[in-house]
Design a protein around this ligand. Structure first.
Ligand code: HEC
Length: 195
C-alpha cells in the first residue's frame, strides 16, 4: 500500500471510531450517569426529566388502582418508566445504578364496556412521582435526598416545581414494605426479571 493510502485508511478508521464512541457511551453507563443531571440543578432541586420517556425509555410496568366500592374498573393507573441502560444494569447486578431515574406517571382513566369486557384505559396525566438513584448522598443538606435516592412529587402538569418539602415525612413511610428492594416496588416490573 502506498504511504498516502495507509494514511487515508488510518484517517477513516479514526473517524469511524470517534463517530461510534459517543453512540457506545450513550448506550452504556454514561447514559445513566446523565440521570442526575437530567432531573436536578446544582442545588439538587428535582424536576421531571425533559425527555420523551414514553417513547425512548423502558416502561417497567403499570399499577392499576381499583375503583371505589360499587364502581367498576380502575380509577387510576400508575405507569413507571426508567432509562433502558438501568434495566440492563439491573438485570446483571440486581441493583439500580447511580443516576437511575424512576418516573411514575399518574393517569386518570376511562372505564367502558368493550368487546373484551369492562376495560379501563389511561386518559390524562394527573402528576408525576420521581426517584433518582444517588448512593453517594450528593445533597446531604437537601430534604429531598437521602436513603440512596432523590424523591419528589409533581402535581398536574407542573414538571418543574415539586410540591414535596421533606421526603422522610412525605415518601419514606409508604415505601417501607419495599425497603428490602432498595425502596422500590420491583414486583410490579416484569421487565426487570428478563424474558
Ligand atoms: C400512600 C403511600 C405512598 C406515598 C405517600 C408515596 N408512595 Fe411512592 N409508591 C407507593 C406504592 C404502593 C407504589 C407502587 C404501587 C403504586 O404505584 O400504586 C409506589 C411507587 C412509587 C414509584 C415507582 C417506583 C417504585 O418504587 O415502585 C415512585 C417513583 C415513587 N413511588 C415515588 C414516591 C415519592 C417521590 C414519594 C414522595 C413524594 C412517594 N412515592 C410517596 C406508595 C407511596
Amino acid at each position: 500500500m502506498k504511504k498516502w493510502n495507509k494514511l487515508a485508511v488510518a484517517a477513516i478508521a479514526l473517524a469511524l471510531t470517534a463517530g461510534a464512541f459517543p453512540f457506545l457511551m450513550q448506550n452504556g453507563n454514561a447514559e445513566i450517569s446523565k440521570g442526575l443531571a437530567l432531573v436536578t440543578n446544582s442545588k439538587g432541586n428535582i424536576q421531571v426529566p425533559d425527555v420523551d420517556y414514553r417513547k425512548d425509555w423502558t416502561m417497567l410496568g403499570t399499577y392499576a388502582v381499583a375503583a371505589d366500592d360499587g364502581k367498576e374498573g380502575s380509577k387510576g393507573m400508575h405507569v413507571v418508566y426508567t432509562q433502558p441502560a438501568s434495566v440492563k444494569a439491573y438485570r446483571k447486578t440486581g441493583k439500580f445504578p447511580d443516576g437511575t431515574v424512576l418516573l411514575k406517571e399518574l393517569f386518570s382513566t376511562t372505564t367502558a364496556s368493550m368487546t373484551t369486557g369492562t376495560v379501563s384505559r389511561a386518559k390524562g396525566t394527573d402528576g408525576f412521582f420521581v426517584m433518582v438513584k444517588d448512593s453517594k448522598n450528593s445533597y446531604p443538606d437537601n430534604k429531598l435526598w437521602g436513603d440512596g435516592w432523590g424523591w419528589a412529587f409533581f402535581k398536574g402538569g407542573d414538571r418543574k416545581n415539586t410540591t414535596t418539602k421533606d421526603y422522610k415525612a412525605e415518601c419514606l413511610a409508604c415505601h417501607v414494605p419495599a425497603k428490602g428492594n432498595d425502596w422500590v416496588y420491583v414486583e410490579g416490573y416484569p421487565v426487570l426479571r428478563g424474558k
